[in-house]
Design a protein around this ligand. Structure first.
Ligand SMILES: *Cc1c(COP(=O)(O)O)cnc(C)c1O
Length: 439
Protein backbone atom coordinates (compact mmCIF):
# COMPACT_ATOMS: atom_id res chain seq x y z
CA UNK A 1 0.00 0.00 0.00
CA UNK A 2 1.08 3.53 -0.75
CA UNK A 3 2.00 5.14 2.59
CA UNK A 4 -0.14 8.22 1.83
CA UNK A 5 -3.18 5.94 1.45
CA UNK A 6 -2.67 4.31 4.85
CA UNK A 7 -5.56 5.11 7.21
CA UNK A 8 -3.11 6.41 9.83
CA UNK A 9 -1.10 8.59 7.46
CA UNK A 10 -2.96 11.87 8.01
CA UNK A 11 -3.18 11.41 11.75
CA UNK A 12 0.57 10.84 12.00
CA UNK A 13 1.27 13.86 9.80
CA UNK A 14 -1.04 15.97 11.97
CA UNK A 15 0.79 14.74 15.11
CA UNK A 16 -2.32 13.02 16.49
CA UNK A 17 -1.95 10.05 18.83
CA UNK A 18 -2.16 6.73 16.97
CA UNK A 19 -1.82 3.00 17.66
CA UNK A 20 -0.25 1.01 14.84
CA UNK A 21 -0.25 -2.76 14.78
CA UNK A 22 2.64 -4.25 12.83
CA UNK A 23 1.15 -6.23 9.90
CA UNK A 24 4.44 -8.12 9.45
CA UNK A 25 4.54 -9.43 13.02
CA UNK A 26 5.19 -13.17 13.09
CA UNK A 27 4.72 -15.50 16.03
CA UNK A 28 6.90 -18.16 14.50
CA UNK A 29 10.03 -16.21 13.62
CA UNK A 30 13.52 -17.28 14.48
CA UNK A 31 14.69 -14.47 16.71
CA UNK A 32 18.16 -14.02 15.29
CA UNK A 33 18.76 -11.18 12.86
CA UNK A 34 21.57 -9.10 11.40
CA UNK A 35 23.99 -11.83 12.50
CA UNK A 36 22.97 -11.58 16.17
CA UNK A 37 21.73 -14.53 18.21
CA UNK A 38 20.99 -15.44 21.81
CA UNK A 39 24.62 -16.55 22.09
CA UNK A 40 25.79 -12.96 21.62
CA UNK A 41 23.41 -11.84 24.34
CA UNK A 42 24.75 -14.40 26.79
CA UNK A 43 28.30 -13.40 25.93
CA UNK A 44 27.41 -9.78 26.71
CA UNK A 45 26.03 -10.82 30.07
CA UNK A 46 29.23 -12.73 30.84
CA UNK A 47 31.29 -9.68 29.95
CA UNK A 48 29.28 -7.57 32.41
CA UNK A 49 29.92 -10.21 35.08
CA UNK A 50 33.68 -10.01 34.44
CA UNK A 51 33.52 -6.26 34.94
CA UNK A 52 31.36 -6.44 38.08
CA UNK A 53 34.31 -6.37 40.55
CA UNK A 54 35.65 -3.24 38.85
CA UNK A 55 32.24 -1.55 38.80
CA UNK A 56 31.67 -2.38 42.45
CA UNK A 57 35.04 -0.87 43.37
CA UNK A 58 34.61 2.25 41.22
CA UNK A 59 30.91 2.93 41.91
CA UNK A 60 30.05 2.16 45.56
CA UNK A 61 26.32 2.58 44.84
CA UNK A 62 26.50 -0.81 43.12
CA UNK A 63 27.93 -2.61 46.16
CA UNK A 64 24.59 -4.13 47.13
CA UNK A 65 24.26 -5.77 43.71
CA UNK A 66 28.00 -6.63 43.69
CA UNK A 67 28.75 -4.46 40.68
CA UNK A 68 25.83 -5.65 38.57
CA UNK A 69 23.99 -2.64 37.12
CA UNK A 70 20.32 -3.53 37.49
CA UNK A 71 17.01 -1.90 38.38
CA UNK A 72 13.98 -3.00 40.40
CA UNK A 73 10.79 -4.43 38.92
CA UNK A 74 7.95 -3.00 41.00
CA UNK A 75 4.24 -3.52 41.42
CA UNK A 76 2.33 -0.26 40.94
CA UNK A 77 -1.14 -1.22 42.16
CA UNK A 78 -2.11 2.29 43.30
CA UNK A 79 -1.37 3.76 39.91
CA UNK A 80 -3.16 0.84 38.26
CA UNK A 81 -6.35 1.62 40.16
CA UNK A 82 -5.98 5.30 39.35
CA UNK A 83 -5.47 4.59 35.65
CA UNK A 84 -8.50 2.32 35.61
CA UNK A 85 -10.63 5.07 37.16
CA UNK A 86 -9.61 7.91 34.89
CA UNK A 87 -9.85 5.75 31.76
CA UNK A 88 -13.03 4.08 32.89
CA UNK A 89 -11.70 0.63 32.11
CA UNK A 90 -10.24 -2.34 33.89
CA UNK A 91 -6.65 -3.44 33.29
CA UNK A 92 -6.90 -7.16 33.70
CA UNK A 93 -3.82 -8.91 35.02
CA UNK A 94 -0.84 -7.25 36.68
CA UNK A 95 0.80 -3.90 36.06
CA UNK A 96 4.52 -3.63 36.82
CA UNK A 97 7.09 -0.87 36.41
CA UNK A 98 10.62 -1.69 35.25
CA UNK A 99 12.58 1.06 36.97
CA UNK A 100 15.47 1.69 34.58
CA UNK A 101 14.86 5.26 35.71
CA UNK A 102 16.76 4.13 38.79
CA UNK A 103 19.62 2.18 37.23
CA UNK A 104 22.80 2.97 39.15
CA UNK A 105 25.64 5.11 37.70
CA UNK A 106 23.69 7.07 35.10
CA UNK A 107 19.97 6.78 35.92
CA UNK A 108 18.61 5.72 32.54
CA UNK A 109 18.30 2.77 30.19
CA UNK A 110 21.52 4.05 28.57
CA UNK A 111 23.36 2.62 31.56
CA UNK A 112 22.81 -0.73 29.84
CA UNK A 113 23.96 -0.20 26.25
CA UNK A 114 26.23 2.80 26.66
CA UNK A 115 28.19 1.52 29.62
CA UNK A 116 28.41 -1.96 28.09
CA UNK A 117 30.02 -0.68 24.91
CA UNK A 118 32.59 1.43 26.81
CA UNK A 119 33.53 -1.64 28.87
CA UNK A 120 33.80 -3.85 25.79
CA UNK A 121 36.10 -1.32 24.12
CA UNK A 122 38.26 -1.02 27.24
CA UNK A 123 38.51 -4.80 27.48
CA UNK A 124 39.45 -5.14 23.79
CA UNK A 125 42.23 -2.56 24.16
CA UNK A 126 43.61 -3.99 27.41
CA UNK A 127 43.53 -7.57 26.09
CA UNK A 128 45.33 -6.58 22.89
CA UNK A 129 47.98 -4.80 24.97
CA UNK A 130 48.45 -7.92 27.13
CA UNK A 131 47.53 -5.98 30.30
CA UNK A 132 44.46 -8.07 31.09
CA UNK A 133 43.13 -11.61 30.70
CA UNK A 134 39.59 -12.99 30.96
CA UNK A 135 40.23 -14.86 34.21
CA UNK A 136 41.68 -11.87 36.05
CA UNK A 137 39.89 -9.90 38.77
CA UNK A 138 38.88 -6.82 36.78
CA UNK A 139 39.09 -4.55 39.81
CA UNK A 140 42.73 -4.07 38.76
CA UNK A 141 41.30 -1.70 36.14
CA UNK A 142 41.18 0.88 38.92
CA UNK A 143 44.98 0.98 38.97
CA UNK A 144 46.77 4.08 37.74
CA UNK A 145 48.56 2.22 34.93
CA UNK A 146 45.22 1.47 33.26
CA UNK A 147 44.05 5.06 33.54
CA UNK A 148 47.30 6.14 31.94
CA UNK A 149 46.92 3.54 29.20
CA UNK A 150 43.31 4.46 28.38
CA UNK A 151 44.08 8.19 28.43
CA UNK A 152 45.85 7.76 25.09
CA UNK A 153 42.48 6.92 23.56
CA UNK A 154 39.35 8.89 22.82
CA UNK A 155 35.73 7.80 22.87
CA UNK A 156 33.21 9.91 20.96
CA UNK A 157 29.43 9.81 20.80
CA UNK A 158 26.49 11.85 19.50
CA UNK A 159 23.63 12.21 21.96
CA UNK A 160 20.48 14.01 23.06
CA UNK A 161 21.83 13.72 26.61
CA UNK A 162 21.40 10.41 28.37
CA UNK A 163 23.72 8.36 26.17
CA UNK A 164 26.33 11.08 26.62
CA UNK A 165 25.90 10.80 30.40
CA UNK A 166 26.40 7.03 30.44
CA UNK A 167 29.39 7.03 28.13
CA UNK A 168 30.89 10.15 29.68
CA UNK A 169 30.67 8.88 33.25
CA UNK A 170 32.01 5.38 32.51
CA UNK A 171 34.58 6.53 29.94
CA UNK A 172 35.98 9.20 32.25
CA UNK A 173 36.12 6.76 35.20
CA UNK A 174 38.31 4.39 33.16
CA UNK A 175 40.57 7.25 32.05
CA UNK A 176 39.46 7.75 28.43
CA UNK A 177 39.20 11.19 26.87
CA UNK A 178 35.51 11.44 26.06
CA UNK A 179 33.93 13.79 23.54
CA UNK A 180 30.14 14.12 23.50
CA UNK A 181 28.45 15.74 20.52
CA UNK A 182 25.21 17.14 21.93
CA UNK A 183 22.10 18.03 19.97
CA UNK A 184 20.36 21.36 20.59
CA UNK A 185 17.66 19.78 22.77
CA UNK A 186 20.10 18.39 25.36
CA UNK A 187 19.47 19.78 28.85
CA UNK A 188 21.98 22.20 30.35
CA UNK A 189 22.36 20.22 33.57
CA UNK A 190 23.51 17.16 31.63
CA UNK A 191 26.19 19.21 29.88
CA UNK A 192 27.32 20.75 33.17
CA UNK A 193 27.55 17.39 34.91
CA UNK A 194 29.72 15.98 32.13
CA UNK A 195 31.98 19.03 32.04
CA UNK A 196 32.63 18.55 35.75
CA UNK A 197 33.85 15.03 34.95
CA UNK A 198 36.30 16.39 32.41
CA UNK A 199 34.26 15.36 29.37
CA UNK A 200 34.50 17.58 26.28
CA UNK A 201 31.09 18.78 25.06
CA UNK A 202 30.55 19.95 21.50
CA UNK A 203 27.17 21.59 21.00
CA UNK A 204 25.08 21.73 17.85
CA UNK A 205 22.27 24.04 16.81
CA UNK A 206 20.57 21.13 15.06
CA UNK A 207 18.98 17.87 16.15
CA UNK A 208 20.33 14.48 17.14
CA UNK A 209 20.95 13.09 13.63
CA UNK A 210 23.33 15.97 12.85
CA UNK A 211 25.19 15.60 16.16
CA UNK A 212 25.74 11.90 15.40
CA UNK A 213 26.83 12.57 11.83
CA UNK A 214 29.37 15.25 12.84
CA UNK A 215 30.64 13.19 15.75
CA UNK A 216 31.17 10.17 13.53
CA UNK A 217 32.97 12.24 10.90
CA UNK A 218 35.37 13.86 13.36
CA UNK A 219 36.06 10.62 15.20
CA UNK A 220 36.79 8.70 11.99
CA UNK A 221 39.64 11.11 11.21
CA UNK A 222 41.48 10.07 14.37
CA UNK A 223 42.82 6.49 14.55
CA UNK A 224 42.93 6.64 18.36
CA UNK A 225 39.29 7.64 18.60
CA UNK A 226 36.44 5.14 18.92
CA UNK A 227 32.95 6.24 17.91
CA UNK A 228 29.97 4.76 19.72
CA UNK A 229 27.38 4.70 16.98
CA UNK A 230 23.88 4.89 18.43
CA UNK A 231 22.37 4.31 14.96
CA UNK A 232 24.32 1.20 13.99
CA UNK A 233 26.13 -0.36 16.94
CA UNK A 234 25.68 -4.07 17.60
CA UNK A 235 27.52 -3.81 20.91
CA UNK A 236 25.20 -1.12 22.20
CA UNK A 237 22.25 -3.25 21.12
CA UNK A 238 23.60 -6.33 22.89
CA UNK A 239 24.21 -4.38 26.08
CA UNK A 240 20.53 -3.43 26.10
CA UNK A 241 19.45 -7.01 25.36
CA UNK A 242 20.93 -8.31 28.63
CA UNK A 243 17.99 -6.60 30.36
CA UNK A 244 15.85 -9.52 29.20
CA UNK A 245 17.95 -12.12 31.03
CA UNK A 246 17.73 -10.08 34.22
CA UNK A 247 14.00 -9.46 33.82
CA UNK A 248 13.36 -13.16 33.42
CA UNK A 249 15.11 -13.80 36.74
CA UNK A 250 13.12 -11.03 38.43
CA UNK A 251 9.83 -12.45 37.16
CA UNK A 252 10.82 -15.89 38.43
CA UNK A 253 11.71 -14.44 41.83
CA UNK A 254 8.25 -12.83 41.96
CA UNK A 255 6.72 -16.16 40.88
CA UNK A 256 5.17 -14.57 37.83
CA UNK A 257 4.64 -16.99 34.98
CA UNK A 258 5.12 -16.23 31.31
CA UNK A 259 3.85 -18.97 29.04
CA UNK A 260 1.05 -19.82 26.61
CA UNK A 261 -1.59 -19.10 29.23
CA UNK A 262 0.22 -16.14 30.83
CA UNK A 263 1.05 -13.52 28.20
CA UNK A 264 3.57 -10.76 28.85
CA UNK A 265 3.08 -7.28 27.37
CA UNK A 266 5.93 -4.79 27.43
CA UNK A 267 5.73 -1.06 26.60
CA UNK A 268 9.03 0.75 25.95
CA UNK A 269 9.77 4.37 24.96
CA UNK A 270 11.66 4.57 21.66
CA UNK A 271 14.10 7.15 20.34
CA UNK A 272 16.53 5.94 17.68
CA UNK A 273 15.57 2.38 18.60
CA UNK A 274 18.65 0.73 20.11
CA UNK A 275 17.41 0.64 23.71
CA UNK A 276 13.90 -0.66 23.17
CA UNK A 277 15.07 -2.77 20.22
CA UNK A 278 17.74 -4.50 22.26
CA UNK A 279 15.30 -5.19 25.09
CA UNK A 280 12.67 -6.53 22.67
CA UNK A 281 15.22 -8.71 20.88
CA UNK A 282 16.29 -10.19 24.21
CA UNK A 283 12.73 -10.76 25.41
CA UNK A 284 11.70 -12.45 22.15
CA UNK A 285 14.68 -14.78 22.43
CA UNK A 286 13.70 -15.78 25.95
CA UNK A 287 9.89 -15.79 25.79
CA UNK A 288 9.15 -16.27 22.07
CA UNK A 289 5.51 -15.76 21.09
CA UNK A 290 4.45 -15.34 24.74
CA UNK A 291 5.88 -11.82 24.94
CA UNK A 292 4.33 -8.93 23.02
CA UNK A 293 6.50 -5.83 22.63
CA UNK A 294 5.20 -2.33 21.91
CA UNK A 295 7.20 0.87 21.42
CA UNK A 296 6.05 4.36 22.42
CA UNK A 297 7.09 7.53 20.59
CA UNK A 298 6.21 11.24 20.94
CA UNK A 299 3.62 12.44 18.41
CA UNK A 300 6.25 14.92 17.15
CA UNK A 301 9.02 12.31 16.76
CA UNK A 302 7.42 9.10 15.48
CA UNK A 303 10.55 8.03 13.59
CA UNK A 304 10.46 4.27 14.17
CA UNK A 305 6.75 4.24 13.35
CA UNK A 306 7.29 5.99 10.04
CA UNK A 307 10.35 3.86 9.23
CA UNK A 308 8.60 0.59 9.94
CA UNK A 309 5.25 1.45 8.36
CA UNK A 310 6.93 2.39 5.10
CA UNK A 311 9.66 -0.23 5.31
CA UNK A 312 12.07 2.58 4.46
CA UNK A 313 13.64 2.57 7.97
CA UNK A 314 16.50 5.10 8.05
CA UNK A 315 15.73 6.24 4.51
CA UNK A 316 12.82 8.32 5.79
CA UNK A 317 12.64 10.95 8.53
CA UNK A 318 9.72 12.60 10.32
CA UNK A 319 10.85 15.88 8.76
CA UNK A 320 10.13 14.33 5.34
CA UNK A 321 6.48 14.32 6.42
CA UNK A 322 6.65 17.89 7.63
CA UNK A 323 6.77 16.87 11.32
CA UNK A 324 9.04 19.13 13.40
CA UNK A 325 10.72 16.60 15.75
CA UNK A 326 10.25 19.03 18.63
CA UNK A 327 9.30 17.31 21.88
CA UNK A 328 10.10 17.77 25.54
CA UNK A 329 10.80 14.05 25.78
CA UNK A 330 14.50 14.68 25.21
CA UNK A 331 15.68 11.06 24.94
CA UNK A 332 13.05 10.48 22.28
CA UNK A 333 13.65 13.57 20.12
CA UNK A 334 14.91 11.59 17.15
CA UNK A 335 13.71 12.28 13.60
CA UNK A 336 15.34 9.38 11.77
CA UNK A 337 15.32 5.83 13.18
CA UNK A 338 18.11 3.27 13.21
CA UNK A 339 17.79 1.16 10.06
CA UNK A 340 19.73 -1.62 11.70
CA UNK A 341 17.24 -1.85 14.57
CA UNK A 342 14.16 -1.30 12.38
CA UNK A 343 15.07 -4.29 10.23
CA UNK A 344 15.50 -6.53 13.27
CA UNK A 345 12.09 -5.37 14.55
CA UNK A 346 10.24 -6.10 11.29
CA UNK A 347 8.86 -9.45 12.41
CA UNK A 348 9.20 -9.30 16.20
CA UNK A 349 7.60 -5.98 17.18
CA UNK A 350 3.85 -6.12 17.81
CA UNK A 351 3.13 -2.42 17.38
CA UNK A 352 3.93 1.24 18.07
CA UNK A 353 1.80 4.01 19.56
CA UNK A 354 2.40 7.74 19.88
CA UNK A 355 1.97 9.99 22.91
CA UNK A 356 1.47 13.74 23.31
CA UNK A 357 3.97 15.56 25.53
CA UNK A 358 1.20 16.73 27.88
CA UNK A 359 0.22 13.17 28.61
CA UNK A 360 3.82 12.36 29.59
CA UNK A 361 3.75 15.06 32.26
CA UNK A 362 0.36 13.90 33.50
CA UNK A 363 1.58 10.34 33.98
CA UNK A 364 4.78 11.64 35.58
CA UNK A 365 2.84 13.42 38.33
CA UNK A 366 0.31 10.61 38.68
CA UNK A 367 3.18 8.20 39.37
CA UNK A 368 4.51 10.55 42.04
CA UNK A 369 1.10 10.99 43.68
CA UNK A 370 0.20 7.30 43.71
CA UNK A 371 3.54 5.53 44.11
CA UNK A 372 6.07 8.23 45.09
CA UNK A 373 8.29 7.28 42.13
CA UNK A 374 9.99 10.02 40.12
CA UNK A 375 10.84 9.55 36.44
CA UNK A 376 11.60 11.93 33.56
CA UNK A 377 8.97 12.88 30.93
CA UNK A 378 10.26 10.57 28.17
CA UNK A 379 10.25 7.67 30.60
CA UNK A 380 6.48 8.00 31.06
CA UNK A 381 5.68 7.15 27.43
CA UNK A 382 5.04 3.50 28.29
CA UNK A 383 1.95 4.16 30.45
CA UNK A 384 -0.71 4.66 27.78
CA UNK A 385 0.24 1.26 26.28
CA UNK A 386 -2.02 -1.03 28.34
CA UNK A 387 -4.95 1.36 27.81
CA UNK A 388 -4.44 1.34 24.03
CA UNK A 389 -4.24 -2.43 24.02
CA UNK A 390 -7.37 -2.94 26.09
CA UNK A 391 -9.56 -0.10 24.89
CA UNK A 392 -8.84 0.50 21.20
CA UNK A 393 -10.30 -1.43 18.30
CA UNK A 394 -6.79 -2.21 17.04
CA UNK A 395 -5.75 -3.51 20.45
CA UNK A 396 -8.80 -5.72 20.84
CA UNK A 397 -8.29 -7.14 17.38
CA UNK A 398 -4.69 -7.93 18.25
CA UNK A 399 -5.70 -9.75 21.43
CA UNK A 400 -8.26 -11.73 19.50
CA UNK A 401 -5.96 -12.58 16.62
CA UNK A 402 -3.38 -13.89 19.11
CA UNK A 403 -6.06 -16.00 20.81
CA UNK A 404 -5.56 -14.19 24.09
CA UNK A 405 -9.10 -12.99 24.86
CA UNK A 406 -9.63 -15.52 27.64
CA UNK A 407 -6.09 -15.20 29.02
CA UNK A 408 -5.98 -11.52 29.85
CA UNK A 409 -6.74 -12.13 33.54
CA UNK A 410 -3.37 -13.90 33.67
CA UNK A 411 -1.51 -11.21 31.76
CA UNK A 412 1.44 -9.21 33.00
CA UNK A 413 1.90 -5.66 31.65
CA UNK A 414 5.33 -4.10 32.12
CA UNK A 415 5.75 -0.37 31.59
CA UNK A 416 9.43 0.34 31.01
CA UNK A 417 10.44 3.55 32.81
CA UNK A 418 13.60 4.53 30.99
CA UNK A 419 15.11 7.43 32.93
CA UNK A 420 14.95 10.02 35.67
CA UNK A 421 17.25 9.40 38.60
CA UNK A 422 19.87 11.96 37.56
CA UNK A 423 17.41 14.82 37.05
CA UNK A 424 18.16 17.60 39.60
CA UNK A 425 15.40 17.99 42.24
CA UNK A 426 14.33 21.49 41.25
CA UNK A 427 13.87 20.44 37.63
CA UNK A 428 12.02 17.29 38.66
CA UNK A 429 9.66 19.36 40.79
CA UNK A 430 8.96 21.66 37.84
CA UNK A 431 8.04 18.56 35.77
CA UNK A 432 5.76 17.40 38.56
CA UNK A 433 3.99 20.76 38.83
CA UNK A 434 3.62 20.96 35.10
CA UNK A 435 1.89 17.57 35.13
CA UNK A 436 -0.42 18.72 37.92
CA UNK A 437 -1.38 21.86 36.01
CA UNK A 438 -2.51 19.93 32.92
CA UNK A 439 -6.15 19.00 32.99
C1 LIG B 1 17.49 7.02 24.97
C2 LIG B 1 16.26 6.95 25.72
C3 LIG B 1 15.19 6.16 25.29
C4 LIG B 1 15.15 5.39 23.99
O1 LIG B 1 16.31 4.70 23.61
P1 LIG B 1 16.75 4.69 22.08
O2 LIG B 1 17.88 3.76 22.03
O3 LIG B 1 17.16 6.09 21.72
O4 LIG B 1 15.57 4.27 21.28
C5 LIG B 1 14.06 6.14 26.08
N1 LIG B 1 13.99 6.83 27.23
C6 LIG B 1 15.01 7.57 27.69
C7 LIG B 1 14.85 8.30 28.98
C8 LIG B 1 16.18 7.67 26.95
O5 LIG B 1 17.18 8.42 27.39
Amino acid sequence: MNFADHPLFNKIKDTKEVFWMNPNYETTSVYSAEGLTIKDMIEAEERLKRFAPYIEAEFPETSESKGIIESPLRKIDNLKTYMENINNTSIKGRLLLKCDSHLPISGSIKARGGIYEVLKHAEDLALAEGMLSYDEDYSILKEEKFKKFFSQYKIAVGSTGNLGLSIGIMGAALGFRVIVHMSSDARQWKKNLLKRKGVTIIEYESDYSKAVEEGRKQSDLDPLSYFIDDENSKNLFLGYSVAAIRLKEQLEDMEIKVDKKHPLFVYIPCGVGGGPGGVAFGLKNLFGPNVHCFFAEPTHSPCMLVGMMTGLHNRISVQDLGIDNITEADGLAVGRPSGFVGKIMEKILSGIYTVEDNRLYKYLSMLVDTENIYIEPSAAAGFPGPIWLISSTEGREYIESMNLSNKMDNATHIVWATGGNMVPDTIMMSYYHKGKSIR
